[in-house]
Write a protein that binds this ligand. Structure first.
Ligand code: SF4
Ligand code: SF4
Length: 128
């Protein structure tokens, strides 16, 4: 059984993924590939594709609602690590629910976490 995020990807194609530019600066410990970002203002960049009328992060691979994964999972920005899938930690996640509804997917339920998941792929977008 795949982790629910690996059958989803909705939040990576719904929100503008903006964060401080220092996350792209290796000298400051940043890991996000600069070429996958665009400048928003003097302080912030956004993942390419997410600052659009119909957002889709350029790093998102696969088909939303079927099979999706983050192509830069170990290097993804802090805001991506903060999104929690609903009920993984015992509570609903407004961000998760909003993104899934926008893509016509049912919101996750506590029952979605009852089964063990395959360990060969990292989930997305939550923390490792
Ligand atoms: S956090 Fe929610 S919306 Fe984002 S990929 Fe996981 S299940 Fe989908
Ligand atoms: S988790 Fe990866 S694919 Fe999703 S928005 Fe963040 S960088 Fe993009």
């Amino acid at each position: 059984m795949l982790h629910p995020c690996l059958r989803c990807g909705a939040c990576c194609a719904y929100f503008r993924v903006a964060f401080h530019w220092s996350e792209t600066e290796p000298f400051l410990g940043g890991k996000v590939p600069l070429e996958l970002t665009e400048k928003l203002d003097p302080h912030r960049v956004a993942m390419r594709g997410t600052h659009a009328a119909q957002p889709r992060c350029t790093a998102l691979q696969g088909v939303i609602g079927e099979a999706a994964r983050c192509g830069i999972y170990p290097l993804r920005p802090s805001v991506c690590r903060e999104v929690q899938p609903s009920w993984e930690s015992g509570a609903a996640s407004p961000q998760c629910d909003k993104a899934r509804r926008a893509h016509g997917l049912p919101v996750l339920q506590p029952e979605d976490w009852l089964h063990p998941f395959d360990a060969d792929e990292p989930p997305l977008p939550r923390s490792a």
